[in-house]
Design a protein around this ligand. Structure first.
Ligand code: PCA
Length: 215
């Protein structure tokens, strides 16, 4: 099995992006699966072009996109991506789409094709805070989760895709009082456990653990 894992470049004035820092420190192989790591730009549109090119180049079985979610406390496999771009800040090319459909002919939303409950369970067993998230936002991370899933539907049947959000690194919160952070080693441990769960559950249904949200 081959798993393509992507991380984003820094955005919003940050010096680093924990998603790429963690992805580039992943082992090259997890539970027999080859891990391919690619950095993509925090840009609407171009981020999807970069993943599309990487899928054509590497022909992965699974595509896992990883992004920073500043302010979150745990590592979050995302359940759903919605068909809208609504930038709260401009992307790294200065574009800020507002209330714009990502794909006018696409469905309103796509669910993750990853075993998100098994991933959360594996991350927690590895000692790292983790929970399912029910919104990936409306910025570039939701965009890439939606776009890759749309590509899978239209062009790459049989492949599976999904998204994981990770908290800030400690170095990013030294001047942000009360913002949570997770160390690089912990984020790498969580992602490694999540990727191992993807391999383990490739032929079986996801775990049915309690992991919903009241609001
Ligand atoms: N996080 C942003 C985009 C890039 C990233 O790492 C987001 O959550 O949309």
């Amino acid at each position: 099995m081959k798993i393509l894992v992507t991380g984003f470049d820094p955005f919003g004035g940050e010096a680093t992006n924990p998603s790429w820092e963690a992805v580039r420190h992943l082992p090259g192989e997890i539970e027999g699966a080859t891990i391919i790591k690619v950095q993509i730009p925090t840009v609407f549109g171009r981020s999807a072009d970069a993943v599309h090119a990487a899928i054509l180049e590497h022909d992965p079985d699974v595509i896992v996109s990883v992004g920073q979610a500043g302010g979150r406390y745990s590592v979050n496999p995302e359940r759903v991506a919605i068909n809208v771009d609504d930038g709260r800040i401009p992307d790294n090319d200065g574009k800020q789409p507002i209330d714009t459909p990502i794909q006018p002919d696409g469905p309103p939303a796509y669910f993750s094709l990853l075993p998100i409950k098994a991933m959360v369970t594996a991350m927690k067993e590895a000692g790292i805070p983790s929970a399912v998230s029910n919104t990936a936002g409306t910025y570039v991370c939701n965009h890439i989760m939606y776009q890759v899933r749309y590509m899978v539907d239209r062009e790459f049947p049989g492949k599976r895709s999904g998204f994981v959000h990770v908290p800030y690194l400690p170095s990013q919160v030294v001047d942000k009082p009360n913002e949570p952070a997770l160390g690089l080693d912990e984020i790498v441990t969580a992602l490694t456990a999540g990727l191992a769960a993807i391999v383990e559950y490739s032929e079986k249904p996801d775990l049915q653990t309690v992991g919903g949200a009241l609001h």
